[in-house]
Write a protein of this length. Structure first.
Length: 246
């Protein structure tokens, strides 16, 4: 289960564009230069006209990618994760509906993170039974900042700004973000292991990007409100009965 949470944490932190970034859909794009393919950073150059959050579907594939552990170490993991993400920059709220496949184990669930009470909730199903458990939020929502413009790029025929951005794994991982120049929407992201760690990488594609969050997704389900919530120590004991599930 620690692996599951660390992978979710890696994704949600890595691609949160935070308040200091001020995601913008109207950043005074010079379309004449864009059409003539003149190199120029188009997105994230101004703090004006930025959305309050975003919503997107995603597919992430990783091979031997650096992944944080619960004790602060780094391990390498291969997995595929897909789902949807909603980020509320103003309210400090995060929602992830995910399906994760890690080495013959498939886990489906939902995660909510709230800065307000410094708590994250995870709703999962184990062997036909539904559970909700909580943990202290070990990161802020959102936490991302300090994008560094690298160059122009193209994905297919889509003109993009290519950015490098800091990793929660420090200098062991280089992370890059591709952003559509025309509307500053997220297109794709990649990460590569570096500095002596075993070779590995990950690739994330974003779909149906919207520059605002769906507020209804931040409502906790009844099982997390009305049923006994499982704390981390009790969860560890419970999961011992399901060694092949997680």
């Amino acid at each position: 289960m620690k692996l599951l949470l660390s992978l979710i944490l890696l994704f949600t932190i890595a691609f949160n564009c935070g308040e200091s970034l001020k995601l913008g859909v109207n950043n005074n794009v010079d379309y004449s230069k864009l059409e003539n393919k003149v190199g120029q950073q188009q997105c994230f150059t101004s703090s004006s006209n930025f959305p309050t959050g975003y919503s997107t579907s995603f597919v992430q594939i990783a091979f031997n990618a650096n992944t944080p552990t619960s004790n602060g170490d780094i391990t390498q993991t291969s997995y595929m994760e897909s789902g949807t993400v909603d980020i509320d920059f103003v309210g400090g709220q995060l929602y992830v509906d995910f399906e994760m496949d890690t080495e013959n184990s498939v886990t489906k669930g939902k995660l909510w993170g709230f800065n307000g009470n410094n708590t994250q909730y995870v709703n999962i199903e184990l062997n036909g039974n539904e559970y909700c458990f909580l943990e202290t939020l070990t990161y802020s929502v959102p936490v991302f900042e300090n994008l560094k413009y690298v160059s122009d790029a193209e994905i297919g025929s889509v003109e993009c700004d290519l950015f490098m951005y800091p990793s929660i794994l420090g200098n062991s991982t280089n992370q890059y973000l591709f952003v559509d120049k025309s509307d500053c929407s997220l297109i794709s992201a990649s990460a590569q292991n570096t500095n002596g760690t075993p070779s590995g990488n990950s690739l994330t594609n974003f779909y149906y990007y919207e520059p605002s969050a769906d507020s209804s997704n931040f409502q906790l389900p009844s099982i997390c409100l009305n049923s006994p919530i499982i704390s981390q120590p009790k969860l560890k004991s419970l999961l011992k009965r399901f060694p092949k599930t997680l």
